[in-house]
Design a protein around this ligand. Structure first.
Ligand code: SAM
Length: 276
């Protein structure tokens, strides 16, 4: 049987042996290129001493790269029970360093598993729940995030929304939330043909690191302001923010009521959130 540099069988062989046909409903677009999985793992920076959370390990290509890259402990959360025997083989190979959690990542409390230790999240996320997972991790505890960094694959369009700032067509609620909590950047794009099966669109690997100093503001209020403002993004703020105080609110914080949501900085959204 052929082996790869980590001594485990090639991924395509593993998938064929275990009959793991990708399921669309689970967002299963697998990566078989070990150079690419190694590149993603490397871009997460040093992994020694960290708990590395991987969501959706699937057949384990990225999992293997993270372990080969020196992650002290990988905690992999996978919903599809068909992947478990494959992941068990990897776990046996890297004795004691891979912990598999079978379940829905949307309901898994990563902060509790990290238990205050340093943690990173590295994942080729299932696209159907990727944005919601990111929002959960961003908002879990903005004052003290459980993650030191997150290196995540999204659809490119979602990546653009995460990193967008004022003036960009991609700027919206997600950009404000991410910009309030973290510095984020797109590291590189990944073409559809890198995946099996190929998705319809290009993907991007996005990296987020918590800001050292975050603007003071209440999360629930920030969300109310951005929801109202971007809910009617073509309208002037005096109109879209009417339910929250409209013109008088905007004048109190010194923002021109004729501006539109996409022109406001994160700082200005925080000012509004503090004023409602
Ligand atoms: N990491 C693998 C790779 O790069 O080849 C697979 C990535 S695939 C895009 C997404 C994975 O997430 C699948 O293995 C799928 O079964 C899993 N998944 C989907 N929804 C999930 C959920 N709610 N919780 C945990 N895993 C999930």
């Amino acid at each position: 049987m052929a082996t790869t540099p980590d001594g485990l069988p090639p991924l395509r062989e593993v998938v064929a042996t275990h009959g793991l046909a990708p399921k669309k409903a689970l967002g299963q677009n697998f990566l078989f290129d070990l150079n690419l999985t190694a590149k993603i793992a490397r871009s997460a920076g040093p992994l020694e001493g960290f708990t590395v959370f991987e969501i959706g390990p699937g057949p384990g290509g990225l999992t293997r790269a993270l372990l080969a890259q020196g992650a002290s402990r990988v905690v992999a959360v996978e919903t599809d029970p068909r992947c478990l025997p494959i992941l068990d083989e990897i776990s046996n190979h890297y004795a004691g360093r891979l912990q598999i959690v079978q379940g829905d990542a949307l309901k898994t409390d990563l902060a509790a598993i990290a238990a205050g230790g340093p943690a990173k999240v590295v994942a080729n996320l299932p696209y159907n729940v990727g944005t919601q997972l990111l929002i959960n991790w961003l908002t879990a505890n903005p004052d003290a995030p459980f993650w030191t960094s997150m290196t995540l694959m999204f659809q490119k369009e979602v990546g653009q929304r995460i990193v967008a700032g004022p003036g960009s067509n991609h700027y919206g609620r997600l950009g404000v939330l991410a910009g309030w909590i973290a510095h984020s950047e797109i590291l590189f794009d990944v073409p559809p043909q890198a995946f099996t099966p190929p998705p319809k669109v290009t993907s991007s690997v996005v990296q987020l690191e918590p800001l050292k100093e975050r603007l003071p503001c209440d999360l629930a209020k920030l969300e109310r302001v951005t929801q109202a403002a971007f809910g009617q993004r073509r309208k002037m703020l005096r109109q879209s923010l009417k339910p929250l105080g409209g013109e008088s609110l905007l004048e109190r914080v010194g923002i021109d009521p004729a501006r539109r949501a996409e022109t406001l900085s994160v700082e200005e959204f925080c000012q509004l959130a503090r004023a409602i």
